[in-house]
Design a protein around this ligand. Structure first.
Ligand SMILES: Nc1ncnc2c1ncn2[C@@H]1O[C@H](COP(=O)(O)OP(=O)(O)O)[C@@H](O)[C@H]1O
Ligand SMILES: N[C@@H](CCOP(=O)(O)O)C(=O)O
Length: 291
């Protein structure tokens, strides 16, 4: 048997749609695998009742198939599904690392990224790698058609999750298919600023580089109370706020000693808008680990 702790992740970070991602130090899924003749899946934990155990519909089933590694797979969910914190990716990354080890496949973490991304295609219709890359490699990752680049970084974060779920598949429908040259120029500037901020572990630069007028406003419009929560976070000291992944989670970057105030301000703003929300005070963190 092999057991892996696989972290929540936040994708896009505003200016890096389908490209940027970070691993979070908490929450995380725990995935255990045992050799079997055919793949079976058992899910417990946060939101387990919304997650299919059919291997054709669960992200870990696609990973087991891609690695030709049938197993009994137990998933203890710490990352709530459809909340914008890479829940489906955490399980996929955990299963990829665990099955690679169990079956001695010898693949590197980088080589496991496209395999884990096949799980994402099962749930969202697109094999986007911007969650599975940080879930496997940790830190800040840039996933492109050429492969994945990653760096270690140390940035304080708050992730606030309103209760009402949003499916990634649905939230991909609202993304515009074209941008103007002005929007492209602004996006390149913001994305480059964010990357430098991650390299320097500088929350202020990361916050500035999270700005985005192309994708984020369309996703924010799907989240009841987003504007109030973002304003409240900034007033409480956040350097930058954006939609986490496809939402409804909201990600704020702030000085380490403002995390408590930012978390409380966001939860209160959502409550004022009739939404129950839970906030995690977290940091950028490492990738999946055998435990
Ligand atoms: N192992 C898994 N963990 C979480 N969600 C899963 C898993 N396998 C399949 N799903 C499905 O994926 C969907 C959630 O994925 P998604 O909408 O991309 O949100 P996120 O991955 O950010 O939580 C839900 O419909 C859920 O049932
Ligand atoms: N790039 C994807 C990221 C989805 O992240 P999730 O955590 O909501 O699954 C997108 O924006 O669609």
């Amino acid at each position: 048997m092999r057991t892996v702790r696989a972290p929540a992740t936040s994708a896009n970070l505003g200016s890096g749609y389908d490209t940027f991602g970070v691993a979070l130090s908490r929450p995380a899924d725990v995935v255990s695998v045992e050799r079997a003749d055919r793949t079976t899946i058992e899910v417990t934990g946060a939101g387990a009742q919304f997650i299919p155990e059919d291997p054709e519909k669960n992200t870990v089933g696609a990973v087991a198939r891609a690695l030709d590694a049938p197993a009994h797979i137990k998933i203890d969910k710490g990352v709530r599904p459809a909340s914008g914190l890479g829940s489906s990716a955490a399980s996929a990354a955990g299963a990829a690392l665990a099955l690679n080890d169990l079956y001695d496949r010898g693949l590197s973490r980088e080589e496991l990224v496209p395999i884990a991304a096949e799980g994402e295609a099962v749930v969202s219709g697109a094999a986007h790698a911007d969650n599975v890359a940080p879930a496997l490699l940790g830190g800040f990752t840039i996933a492109t058609a050429d492969g994945v680049r990653s760096i270690e970084t140390n940035v304080p974060l708050v992730a606030c999750l309103p209760e009402e779920p949003i499916s990634t598949r649905d939230a991909r429908e609202v993304v515009p298919t074209h941008v103007s040259i002005e929007e492209l120029v602004a996006t390149v500037g913001n994305a480059a600023t964010l990357s430098v901020g991650m390299c320097r572990s500088d929350p202020e630069l990361v916050g500035a580089g999270m700005a985005d007028e192309v994708v984020t406003p369309h996703r924010a419009a799907l989240i009841t109370g987003y504007d109030a929560a973002a304003d409240a976070a900034r007033e409480a000291g956040a350097h930058g706020v954006t939609v986490s992944g496809s939402g409804p989670g909201v990600l704020a970057v702030c000085p380490p000693d403002r995390r408590r105030a930012v978390a409380a301000a966001m939860v209160e703003a959502f409550a004022d808008n009739g939404e129950n929300a839970r906030a995690y005070r977290t940091w950028t963190g490492g990738g999946a680990e055998l435990v």
